[in-house]
Structures are given as C-alpha cells and as structure tokens.
Design a protein around this ligand. Structure first.
Ligand code: OFO
Length: 183
C-alpha cells in the first residue's frame, strides 16, 4: 500500500528547500566565524544564534517530509558564500540572502497551490510568516548600520553597535502584533 502523500515534484521541492535551509545555516555560521575573527563578538553571537534557527528550519521540513510518508534526501550542502568585506557588507549579504530564501519558499508555495496539495500549502505558511520576520530582522540590521554611518562607521560607534547586537533578540516584531498602544 502506498502511504506516500507527496507528489514527486513536491517531495523534490521540499527536499531542495531543506538543503537550502541547511545551506543558510552554514552561511550564518561562516559569517559568524568571520565576525568573531574581526573582533565583532556581539555580531558573531547574533549570527551564531541565527545559524541554529536555520538548522531548526531544516529540521521542520525534514520532519514534514517524513510525516507525509515521502523520502528524505540528505545531500551535500554547497559551500557558504565568500566572507563579507566589512560589517556593512555582512548585513547587506544577510539581507540579500533572506530575500533569496523568501523567493525560494514562494516557489514551493506556488507549486503546492498548483497541485492542490493543501497540506503542504498550509505547512509552508509557517515559512512565509517566518520570512517576513527574517527580512525585518535583516532590514533592522541594515538600518542600524546605516544610521551609524554605513561603510564610514567610526570605531567607537562600531563598538557600541557590536555590543548592541549581542542583546538583539532572535525574532522581530510582526506587523500583526502591533497595536496603536504598542507601535
Ligand atoms: Fe530559514 O530563514 Fe533565513 O534563510
């Protein structure tokens, strides 16, 4: 009896997205190691924490594929991107990466819609929401460094920004959680 509830196309798309999340984790890991080697301990702490989040995303997809009775294919992960050239560049790269991942998630959503696979469509909505947060978090990083001077940031400001990042929470506030009293 066939208990596989995913089509071959959806199973492949989910396996690919699972690998992409593992890749994301490696990217954050490598940027974190770079930040630490440059003396940006606060930034490194933030990025190391985020590497774990990406691994959690990978696990969610892996678990979903298994629960739908399809085959998980753990494959090689591409090497992370080149190291950033500055903290400003690091935050730009983080933002670009998140937008790229959002687009990739949208493709899986579109596919599930076209196949009428509502279980996968529903599962993927968690990722759609998560990507809004991830993009907001990345945008906040860019805002912070832009206000601090971007590429021209002075060393003492760099120091405070880096310290600040150590305490930056892992999640950004979602628009739907905002009220007039708590903007
Ligand atoms: Fe998995 O959310 Fe970032 O990439």
């Amino acid at each position: 009896m066939n208990t596989n509830r995913l089509s071959a196309t959806i199973a492949k798309a989910l396996n690919d997205q699972m690998t992409k999340e593992a890749h994301a984790s490696q990217i954050y890991l490598s940027y974190a190691a770079w930040a630490d080697s440059q003396g940006y301990g606060g930034t490194a702490n933030f990025l190391f924490r985020h590497a774990q989040e990406e691994r959690n995303h990978m696990m969610k997809i892996l678990e979903y594929i298994l629960k739908r009775g399809a085959e998980v294919k753990v494959t090689a992960i591409p090497a992370p991107f080149k190291n950033p050239t500055s903290l400003n560049n690091c935050f730009e790269k983080v933002y670009e990466h998140e937008v790229d991942n959002t687009n990739s998630i949208y493709k899986v959503v579109k596919l599930s819609l076209s196949e009428g696979d509502w279980a996968t469509w529903n599962f993927m909505q968690w990722f759609v929401k998560e990507q809004i947060e991830e993009e907001t978090l990345a945008m906040n990083l860019l805002d912070k460094i832009k206000i601090a001077g971007g590429e021209k940031i002075e060393n003492n400001t760099l120091y405070s920004l880096d310290r600040d990042l150590e305490k930056t929470p892992d999640d950004a506030t979602s628009a739907e959680d905002v009220t007039a009293d708590k903007p």
